[in-house]
Design a binder for this molecule. Structure first.
Ligand SMILES: [Cu+2]
Length: 230
């Protein structure tokens, strides 16, 4: 009898542990998902420049993605964030690479903290940020320095350039809450947003900012759409 009881208890403990372990990921603290669709009715703006420096790595033409519009007028490279949901979702760490004399990705979203700046080109780059809330960064990144870790502690949309290659341009969105960047279809999905009324902010480097309020429901996807204007 004692043996059976023991086995039952062990089974009960194991089940309890499994349920407990299963909980956090499965319910995401009662959060929901926001799926934002960002559209732009205007023409795309992609500039091409002749390049004659470090051409073995940079090529002979630089493509500058100012306004990238895909199928169904979807606007790429827009940052969608939920600024009021601090601590919601997983902390997003910033990573940006200098590859082919371009910042990849062109726009990156991160939570305040560290950003990894990579140089995978094997030539000298320089990271130069333009910001007001954060101290600006202006550092050479020689080819042997494959990764530099920098800090951006305050929410802000930070412009980043390279003084070695004048056409290089990127953006780092430092957002207090969960965030994402729209894909080629103009869609960004943000998961684990706390349930309740939330303000959704959309920002684009040349088309500015818009915001809307949505009601996030636990375990559900709330869709919201934006149309950016010139
Ligand atoms: Cu460079």
């Amino acid at each position: 009898m004692r043996k059976v009881l023991g086995a039952c208890m062990a089974l009960g403990l194991a089940l309890g542990a499994a349920i407990f372990i299963g909980l956090p990921g499965a319910t995401a603290q009662g959060g929901g998902t926001i799926e934002a669709e960002v559209k732009y009715n205007g023409a795309p703006q992609v500039e091409k420049l002749k390049v004659n420096k470090d051409t073995e790595k940079c090529g002979t033409e630089a493509v500058i993605e100012k306004v990238v519009v895909g199928a169904n007028k979807g606007l790429q490279n827009a940052v969608v964030s939920v600024p009021g949901a601090k601590g919601g979702g997983k902390a997003v760490k910033g990573v940006i690479d200098q590859h082919g004399c371009k910042f990849v990705p062109h726009v990156v979203a991160m939570n305040p903290g560290e950003i990894e700046v990579k140089n995978s080109d094997d030539i000298l780059h320089n990271i130069h940020t333009y910001s007001t809330a954060n101290p600006s960064i202006n550092k050479a990144q020689p080819k042997f320095k494959k990764v530099m870790t920098e800090k951006l502690e305050k929410p802000e949309y930070v412009k980043v350039t390279c003084d070695v290659h004048s056409w290089m341009l990127g953006w780092i969105a430092v957002t207090p809450g969960p965030a994402g960047v729209t894909d080629a279809n103009g869609v960004a999905k943000i998961e684990n947003v706390p349930a309740g009324k939330q303000k959704v902010e959309v920002w684009h480097e040349t088309l500015g900012k818009q915001e809307k309020e949505v009601e996030v429901k636990a375990g559900q996807t709330t869709k919201v759409s934006f149309e950016m204007k010139k």
